[in-house]
Design a protein around this ligand. Structure first.
Ligand code: BG6
Length: 519
């Protein structure tokens, strides 16, 4: 647990500044996580994100003894709920094993719940009194997870700042997208947050930054001499970053229709991956050095133009058995009948710097497609001066984010035996084969633990967010103003054919002759 140790040291340093000498004496030589109480407050505790992600994550971290002790969990929401009712809501997502019953009871004993409004001083006074009760006048750290709709975000943050900040320990705020709706609204939100908290207190979650293979990108690139020197325009033809889901909006259409696939997935998850694939080597692994490089690469990307995109919207597919697939996006009762919101998008971005000039970065994402998959495909150029009559296929390095984490490099080899033929094969680091029985933590587990530890490496900084909105806002406004119609594609298909054509035009060669085998 190096990370916990480091943060412990950092946090101790921070706390020392605010302590009396008597308190310092008490602290010296004691193990930080045994000593400082932590309070984890979930706003929106009765909602979907809380039951599906936050509570299960807290339970797994607690179960695996990764949290500081003592940590007290406080749920806050408008609905009146008992802990028992909250527990019942969360239970289907907690994945409790039969031999964990005792620990599970222990976890719920540390949980409390406060009912209150999101806009009244009295409610926040009540919450603060409740928190003080658990602190018993001692130093304590406070973490606030804002699992809230944007409508109440401003009032909650203001009241939180005015009423619920920790006295002696630190206070950290975790927030989830949407971080605004476009460049202007996002800037307004950033300014609002900056007027209340320091950037060091704000943890903007993009849960793709908590995924194993996304976190591995830096190690792969900068920890291997073999890759980085060829990672440039002289050798790489195109880079494709893909997110596919095999299901539609399924009742979430109300939320989705306002945002669309570009805001939901491309502007955040895919662009974050792009910046890690394309950035220069940071000066060190310090979170700010890394985020400086990410911002720098985003600044080299021009605003996306409509002609560099293919937009799609799924329609029902009566040819398949699954009745869900018979319904198109517009058949979802929560979606307006004339919606032009894209559920699929392919976009080609170019990075105007010395390393990447001219290399297309193809971002592709969609709902109701033929499979679930997120991956990065670095496609190398054709071998120059061919002596094999065009038989050599391009090298491709595939970083498979999910499902089934893997890294494989497609390459040519001589067919074994008495022959001089060649065939496509791979160098294969499929985690399921290489690390048998390995259980990887969920993205939220890593990220929430990082907040306890004070590491902002895998969180989005305000200037990254600014650049991300700068790139996408003109296109998003154009789609809305000009009512650009997306192309129809069938539920369960690869998306509109035009997307494959655009990828091809952008130096992405698909031969279909190789298939990675999932273990
Ligand atoms: C979320 C999007 O950010 O990511 C969802 O809002 C999407 O629409 C989800 O389904 C995908 O996350 P994961 O971890 O299942 O790939």
């Amino acid at each position: 647990m190096n990370i916990l140790k480091t943060s412990t040291e950092e946090s101790l340093q921070y706390i020392r500044q605010s302590l009396t000498s008597e308190e310092m004496d008490h602290l010296e030589g004691t193990h930080f996580d045994r000593l400082i109480p932590h309070l984890f407050v979930t706003f929106g505790a009765s909602g979907d994100l809380a039951k599906k992600k936050i509570y299960p994550t807290l339970w797994w971290l607690f179960r695996d003894n990764l949290l500081p002790k003592p940590t007290t969990f406080v749920g806050y929401a408008r609905s009146k709920l008992t802990i028992q009712q909250l527990r019942e809501k969360c239970h289907p997502y907690m994945k409790v094993k039969s031999d964990e019953a005792e620990k599970y009871e222990e976890f719920w004993k540390l949980n409390h719940y406060v009912t209150g409004t999101y806009d009244k001083q009295e409610s926040f006074d009540l919450l603060n009194r409740e928190l003080q009760k658990y602190e018993q006048g001692k130093i304590a750290h406070r973490l606030f997870y804002l699992a809230l709709p944007p409508t109440v975000f401003e009032s909650v943050t203001k009241l939180l700042r005015a009423t619920c900040m920790g006295n002696k320990g630190w206070t950290r705020i975790i927030i989830e997208k949407p971080f605004g709706y476009d460049a202007i609204s996002s800037q307004k939100l950033s300014d609002h947050l900056a007027s209340l908290f320091n950037e060091e207190q704000i943890y903007r979650i993009d849960h793709y930054l908590g995924k194993e293979m996304v976190q591995n990108l830096m190690t792969l690139r900068f920890g291997n001499r073999v890759f980085n020197p060829s990672w440039n325009r002289d050798n790489i033809a195109s880079v494709q970053i893909t997110f596919k889901e095999p299901f539609g909006t399924e009742g979430r259409g109300g939320y989705f229709d306002e945002f669309g696939i570009i805001r939901d997935v491309m502007q955040n998850h895919l662009l974050q991956i792009l910046s890690l694939v394309a950035m220069e080597k940071p000066a060190s692994c310090h979170p700010d050095d890394i985020r400086n490089e990410k911002v720098k690469i985003l600044r080299c990307i021009k605003e996306l133009r409509l002609e560099d995109t293919v937009l799609g919207q799924y329609i029902g597919n009566p040819d398949v058995e699954d009745p869900k697939a018979h319904l198109g996006y517009l058949d979802d009762p929560t979606v307006p009948k004339d919606s032009n919101t894209p559920t699929f998008a392919l976009a080609v971005l170019k990075i105007n710097n010395e390393r990447w000039d001219g290399v297309p970065f193809i971002l592709k994402c969609g709902k109701a497609l033929n499979e679930r998959k997120a991956e990065v495909r670095i496609q190398y150029r054709d071998v120059p001066g061919d002596i094999f009559d065009g038989k050599a296929k391009r090298n491709e390095m595939v970083i498979r984010v999910q499902p089934g984490e893997a890294l494989y490099i497609k390459m040519m080899t001589k067919s074994p035996g008495i022959t001089f033929d060649m065939e496509e094969t791979e160098l294969d680091l499929t985690y399921g084969n290489r690390y048998k029985g390995l259980k990887l933590p969920d993205a939220y587990e890593r990220l929430i633990l990082d907040v306890f530890c004070g590491s902002q490496m895998h969180f989005v900084r305000n200037d990254e967010l600014y650049e991300a909105w700068r790139i996408f806002t003109p296109l998003l406004h154009q789609i809305e103003k000009e009512k650009i119609q997306p192309l129809p594609y069938k539920y369960g298909s690869r998306g509109p054919k035009e997307a494959d054509d655009m990828a091809k035009r952008n130096n992405f060669a698909y031969s279909g002759s190789y298939k990675w085998v999932k273990p």
